[in-house]
Design a protein around this ligand. Structure first.
Ligand SMILES: Nc1ncnc2c1ncn2[C@@H]1O[C@H](COP(=O)(O)OP(=O)(O)OP(=O)(O)O)[C@@H](O)[C@H]1O
Length: 317
């Protein structure tokens, strides 16, 4: 559904008299299969939105190639636009129009007849559970309801491929779950969905495959399970007072069960071990013998954040 090769984009930005170049995307090779939910996951400024905006024909790549739904990004941008839907971070609704009006207008902009536009609006309002307040102004909707209108607007022209930029940012947990359910429903209907997120739980729960992006490059890619399996074994997280961290690193480095140790953000030390259950008593004994007192000790299965940390040396959260 999407194949990209060497996509690049830089921006010039001015700070006073100095002009600096930001390499937002630095040679991205991406393949997204038909019918999957693909997540671009990465910290702020990683290049997720820039990638999506290039693929949605909103900005021109400096270099590289891409094919989307069989159309060439550079050669046939109008054709790409016809085959994709794009829902931006801020969404596309205005305060003083109703969901029904927005949907009909959007359909009309794609050249759909008045009668067909009304039929599609009706169907989408029902599918996204918006019928009850379809004729009220959008400013009266909750965040979750408004986001559902955004999704409906993105698919009124029945695209093969839908781009969602941060679909649940700012939503409460219940509304997030509602949006996830809608996205899964679109996949069940055969649509391919590409979304950006910096929520690990969202990528984990919703995406069939995830590409982790950092500094404009794909750091790693796979199903959530594959990525977590990459970091095999368990992770023991230990919170220590600031002045005890360094001595603890020294003491624990000698443990025979230790595969790797990372000093995470804030106070946590992370120990990557084969068997967490066996490692915890040993860790506690070593720390006690050295007179060190952990504030907390946790045992957890590797998360996507551990994958990110292992690959980049930094935490996503
Ligand atoms: N129009 C622009 N002009 C100058 N710099 C830009 C522009 N758009 C993006 N950038 C820079 O490019 C880099 C990548 O930005 P981008 O918005 O793609 O990241 P992102 O991964 O989507 O981040 P976020 O999660 O915060 O949305 C950042 O350093 C950003 O400041």
């Amino acid at each position: 559904m999407i194949v990209t090769k060497g996509l690049r984009k830089s921006f010039q930005s001015r700070q006073g008299r100095r002009t600096t170049t930001v390499e937002a995307v630095r040679g991205l090779d991406l393949t997204v299969d038909q019918g999957e939910i693909y997540g671009l996951l990465g910290p702020n400024g990683a290049g997720k939105t820039t990638t999506m905006r290039m693929l949605a024909t909103l900005i021109r790549p400096d270099d590289g190639e891409a094919t989307l739904a069989g159309a060439d990004l550079r050669g046939e941008p109008a054709e790409v636009r016809r085959r994709i839907g794009y829902v931006s971070q801020g969404g596309g609704t205005t305060d003083h129009a109703s969901a029904r009006e927005e949907l009909v207008l959007q359909a009309r902009m794609y050249g759909i007849t008045k009668a067909e536009a009304a039929r599609r609006a009706e169907r989408l309002l029902a599918a996204f559970e918006l019928t009850e307040f379809a004729d009220r102004h959008c400013r009266t909707y909750s965040g979750g309801q408004r986001r559902r209108v955004d999704l409906a607007l993105g698919i009124v022209h029945r695209p093969d491929l839908l781009f969602l930029d941060e679909p649940t940012v700012g939503l409460d947990p219940q509304s997030r779950a509602g949006v996830w359910a809608e996205v899964r429903r679109l996949r069940a209907e055969g649509m391919t969905v590409v979304l950006t997120t910096h929520y690990l739980d969202e990528a984990d729960a919703l995406c069939d495959r995830i590409g982790i992006v950092d500094h404009g490059r794909l750091v790693t890619e796979g199903t959530p399970e594959q990525l977590k399996r990459e970091i095999s074994g368990d992770v023991v997280g230990i919170d220590l007072p600031e002045d005890e961290r360094e001595p603890a690193v020294g003491v624990l480095a000698g443990l025979s069960c230790l595969r790797r140790m990372e000093a995470g953000e804030q106070e946590e030390l992370r120990l990557y071990v084969d068997d967490g259950g066996a490692a915890v008593p040993l860790v506690l004994r070593e720390l006690a013998e050295a007179g060190l007192t952990p504030k907390q000790i946790r045992l957890h299965r590797p998360s996507l954040d551990d994958v990110f940390l292992a690959r980049t040396g930094r935490s996503l959260t």
